[in-house]
Design a binder for this molecule. Structure first.
Ligand SMILES: Cc1ncc(COP(=O)(O)O)c(C=O)c1O
Length: 375
């Protein structure tokens, strides 16, 4: 059996190696490393895949969130509501722009924003909400859109973990994660479902004016070279990454299907054990299983992690500390116990390996090992 990894990027690369190698060499031979034709082609193909008017590529997912908030013209002190249970980047950019992160708890089943808590957190200073489509499925966007409309708030979707997931509205219409709110932000970090071979990210929007502003801010605040109308940043997706992403985009749905097969296997093997809760599938979203995350009940998590590690099975804790308990984000507004669901999740979740290259014998070994420990 090959070494088990949380994500097997080499195995995935080997399956598409001739195409990738050729695409990379072509970029090198063309010397169009920055803003070359590959970037434009990827942008157009991704727009088509997402059924969105504008994709604006950038350097990483954190930049995408930052540029989105800059483009929306938020002012220092404006309040942005987001989940306490997320990767730090979501809140980091809010704080960096001198906006005020307002944290709310998440749902115990889907791990996405608790919409009642969002409503309760809205004040006259609130300007935006950042739903995080955590672990691969969408936050419940329809009621969130209604809340945002009622209070005239922007929605910046953090879809770094849910590229390709579909949200279904009550009338049966579907939309891709990230194309529902005002701006969608994503990451092409190598381990993401659509990952490049370095850093990368993108913003999506259907709003032409906003798209032009985002593009300008990502390019030093200029739309005509050397004429700077806004304070911007330098955030580009390079041509090599775009060429790689064009190839991987063609496989994205097949990657989601193989991740779902892994999840189905885990569900079947572990679902009846009372000591674990398998991931709950949201009614109105497909799941692209960026992570397969169990909630442990009365189990010593670090002992389980060590037990699996001894057998060569990696497992990760996403995330061990709620944002409001992080040193950098400590705030007199919050104390331990304020976000009980997030705190419970941070102390009891564990994520098992999930990627596109896991075979059944490896999955059996992983689930047998988990069950052995739980006995
Ligand atoms: C939920 C979430 N938001 C934002 C990011 C930031 O993306 P990047 O690492 O590309 O800056 C990540 C990725 O790690 C993420 O998981």
């Amino acid at each position: 059996m090959n070494k088990i990894q949380m994500v097997d990027l080499i195995g995935q690369y080997q399956k598409i190696q001739p195409e990738i190698d050729k695409a990379v060499l072509d970029v090198i031979r063309s010397s169009a490393y920055i803003n070359g034709p590959e970037v434009k082609a990827f942008q157009a193909e991704f727009e088509q895949y997402l059924k969105v008017k504008h994709v604006i590529p950038c350097a990483n997912g954190t930049d995408a969130l930052q540029i989105a908030m800059m483009a929306l013209g938020f002012k220092p002190g404006d309040e942005i509501i987001t989940a306490d249970f997320t990767y730090v980047a979501t809140a980091e950019v809010i704080a960096l722009l001198n906006l005020k992160p307002v944290l709310v708890d998440v749902m115990p089943d889907t791990f996405t924003l608790n919409l009642q808590a969002v409503e309760a957190a809205i004040t006259e200073k609130t300007v935006g909400i950042v739903p995080v489509h955590l672990f691969g499925q969408c936050c419940d966007m329809q009621p969130l859109l209604e809340t945002a409309r009622k209070h005239n708030l922007a929605i910046i979707e953090d879809t770094a973990q849910a590229i390709g997931a579909d949200y279904t509205f009550a009338n049966g219409e579907k939309a891709k994660a990230g194309t529902i709110g005002t701006i969608g932000c994503t990451s092409f970090f190598p381990s993401k479902n659509l990952g490049c071979y370095g850093d990368g990210g993108a913003m999506y929007t259907n709003d032409d004016t906003l798209a032009a502003k985002i593009r300008m801010i990502a390019n030093h605040g200029q739309s005509v070279q050397y004429y700077h109308d806004e304070i911007g940043v330098n955030s580009r997706l390079d041509s090599l990454q775009a060429a790689i992403l064009r190839i991987k985009l063609r496989h994205l749905d097949e990657y989601a299907a193989s991740r779902n097969k892994v999840a189905d296997y885990y569900d079947k093997a572990l679902g009846k054990n009372p000591k674990v809760r398998i991931p709950i599938r949201a009614k109105n979203s497909t799941h692209v299983f960026h992570q397969y995350t169990l909630v442990l009940k009365g189990v010593d998590r670090s002992k389980l992690k060590d037990y699996l590690a001894e057998k060569g099975i990696p497992a990760m804790i996403y995330y061990p500390v709620p944002l409001h308990m992080q040193k950098a984000y400590r705030d007199s507004r919050y104390k331990e116990g304020d976000f009980p669901v997030t705190e419970m999740l941070c102390s009891s979740v564990i994520s098992l390996p999930i990627h596109t290259e896991l075979d059944e014998s490896t999955l059996k070994f992983i689930t047998d090992s988990v069950l052995e420990f739980l006995q």
